[in-house]
Design a protein around this ligand. Structure first.
Ligand code: SAM
Length: 331
């Protein structure tokens, strides 16, 4: 079994077949082959049954799923693909939305043995409906095979503050008479109009006729709460005439942690070590241990025990994130 490079070691390949490590050894979800190798059980991931597997087989290179990712999966059906996502995001969560009661019954059976999968009987066109159970997520994956596939993806990414999205576009669901390439192009246009970057468009033939996977990134920001003992670092922004946490835009492909470290170094001159991260909706926050000051930094910086009065932003969130960072850094 060779780890597939683009999957960051989460998907394996042997003689052209793809596999994930079973989170639930001995249990088949859709009759897939189970293979034991070196004491580990692998589940074969059939590209003819799963569009995410087909995407990898067709050369897809943007694979945002990690061991601890939180995923909102729209159109889970009976759980074929989402069970592999549950293998991959072993220490994360997979919120699985399905609106057909019959498929949902099978989905519930699949999720009973996998405690990182949460089945939700809901309509993906109404993201608010499942807000009582779904948290902010890292990735929205949409395979709903109905009209407005791109908009359904983006509506859910916005509602659940996701950085990445993947949508399987079934051309015939948008317009049975249109040329599939035109449908893919108009989906790409729509995604860009809604303020997201398109990382990749991969057609899924020969596994799925007239289907393409579109991978999407929404540009986000990150900031640091950098602690030294009980004090936290802030920078003074002369343009906004106030104190704020060091941070800024996450660049495409950059990890949240790397963006927070880079922005802190640029703005304050301090190095930091990230110990935890948290998605607070409009941006990501990293709890950090403050390191050495290694350069001047673009802004004046200071350590505070309490929030100063002259803040750049009229916000209550700092109180929460400082309390959270204190517990992360000094548990
Ligand atoms: N993703 C599944 C897999 O690979 O295992 C297959 C999904 S199948 C192509 C599409 C599913 O989306 C169907 O089960 C359908 O009932 C569901 N669906 C379609 N529109 C939906 C909506 N608005 N909300 C929730 N589920 C929806």
């Amino acid at each position: 079994m060779e780890p597939l490079e683009v999957s960051h070691g989460a998907v394996f390949s042997e003689r052209g077949n793809l596999y994930t490590i079973s989170r639930c050894p001995g249990v088949r979800v859709y009759g897939e082959r189970l293979v034991n190798s070196g004491g580990t059980e692998y589940r074969e991931w059939n590209p003819a049954r799963s569009k995410l597997s087909a995407y990898l087989k067709c050369g897809g290179r943007s694979f945002p799923f990690r061991d601890d990712s939180k995923v909102l999966y729209l159109g889970a059906a009976s759980g074929t693909t989402s069970s592999h996502v549950s293998d991959i995001c072993r220490n994360g969560k997979v919120f699985c939305v399905e609106f057909a009661p019959r498929s949902f019954r099978d989905l519930v059976k699949t999720t009973e043995r996998r405690d990182n999968m949460i089945p939700i009987l809901g309509d993906a066109t109404k993201p608010e409906e499942y807000a009582f159970v779904v948290e902010n997520v890292d990735i929205v994956y949409a395979d709903v095979a109905q009209k407005r596939q791109a908009d359904i993806l983006i509506d859910n990414m916005e509602r659940y503050c996701a950085r990445y999205g993947m949508v399987s576009i079934k051309a015939r669901s948008e317009d049975v008479t249109a040329d599939p390439d035109e449908v893919f192009e108009s989906s790409v246009r729509r995604i860009k109009e809604r303020g997201c970057r398109v990382l990749e468009v991969v057609k899924l033939e020969p596994y799925e006729k007239a289907h393409a996977m579109i991978v999407v990134e929404k540009l986000r920001t990150a900031y640091c709460v950098a602690m030294k003992d009980k004090k936290f670092l802030m920078v003074h922004n002369t343009k906004r005439n106030g104190w704020e946490m060091p941070g800024g835009k996450i660049e495409s492909g950059e990890s949240i942690e790397d963006a927070a470290k880079r922005e802190c170094l640029e703005e304050s001159g301090y190095e930091v070590t990230v110990v935890a991260k948290r998605n607070i909706g409009y941006c990501d926050v990293c709890a950090c241990v403050l390191g050495e000051k290694v350069s001047d930094g673009e802004m004046e910086s200071e350590l505070f025990s309490e929030l100063p009065d002259d803040l750049s932003f009229d916000t209550d969130e700092y109180k929460d994130v400082i309390a959270w960072a204190r517990t992360c850094v000094n548990p």
